[in-house]
Design a protein around this ligand. Structure first.
Ligand SMILES: [Zn+2]
Length: 254
């Protein structure tokens, strides 16, 4: 009897140790795009693009970027972390006051791609609260950390009324690696087409930001080619195919 119990005990331990981790389901981009609330880029006949900046605000670089955006009458979207928003509230206030859009990029920027819905929910709420305390409005857009998406991530965001914003696949110059500014500019130039969502980063832990150096040539290039820089929400609003009303309930995934 004792032997049998011991065996049962070992079997139980074995099962517990070897229990496979269940990864959230990831569907194709097309399936998520159909909901109208996960966006990589938009289709538009107008020469419009949305420049987005992730991970800020940064005490030095974000104000420098804001100066340049103002100079070129360009609007952008800043996907900030709640943590950095709290550190530099005045920078966030300025971005909002100057007509830029503020999006949610979670509170801590954890790079754990296997977060549960509850954990992500807390990250999104905490970031939304931190942002709302500073600019008196809650974001309606969310950019997943490292662009990772799956059913859990998307459904959790949608339940909170947050659209999930990715970026055009050919508009990611990997500027966070701080390559030469000319490399960032050329990357944007090469892939440029109306409705693009460009991803850049205003936060960088280097002393010199190549993104800041690249932004003026990029804005010049866009201006010379008659492109207008708008916020992501404006780009979505001006798309050829009207997106679902933001007040409509988010559709459930099939
Ligand atoms: Zn990020």
């Amino acid at each position: 009897m004792a032997k049998k119990l011991l065996l049962l005990w070992f079997v139980l331990i074995f099962i517990l140790i070897h229990e496979p981790t269940v990864d959230a389901l990831t569907r194709s981009r097309e399936e998520y795009e159909k909901t109208g609330h996960v966006v990589w880029e938009t289709k538009t006949n107008e020469k419009l693009v949305a420049i987005t900046f992730d991970d800020g605000p940064h005490e030095v670089f974000t104000p420098q970027i804001l100066d340049l955006l103002a100079k070129y009458d360009a609007k952008a979207t800043f996907f900030v972390t709640g943590k950095n928003a709290r550190l530099y509230p005045e920078v966030l206030k300025r971005a909002d006051a100057e007509g830029h859009e503020i999006g949610n990029h979670t509170f801590h920027h954890y790079t754990n791609n296997h977060m549960s819905s509850t954990q992500l929910s807390m990250e999104l709420d905490k970031a939304n609260d931190a942002i709302a305390q500073i600019i008196r409005k809650k974001p309606t857009l969310y950019r997943p950390v490292q662009g990772v998406y799956n059913d859990t991530i998307i459904q959790t965001a949608h339940k909170k009324g947050l659209d999930v914003i990715m970026w055009s696949w050919d508009q990611d110059p990997l500027d966070w690696q701080n390559p030469r500014a000319s490399k960032i500019v050329n990357h944007v130039k090469k892939g440029l087409s109306p409705g693009d969502i460009i991803i850049l980063h205003d936060w960088n832990n280097s002393r010199v930001s190549q993104t800041v150096k690249a932004i003026e040539p990029i804005l010049k290039l866009l201006k010379e080619n008659n492109y207008k820089c708008v916020t992501v929400s404006e780009l979505m609003y001006r798309t050829n195919k009207p997106l679902p009303d933001l007040l409509d309930p988010m559709p459930a995934l099939p």
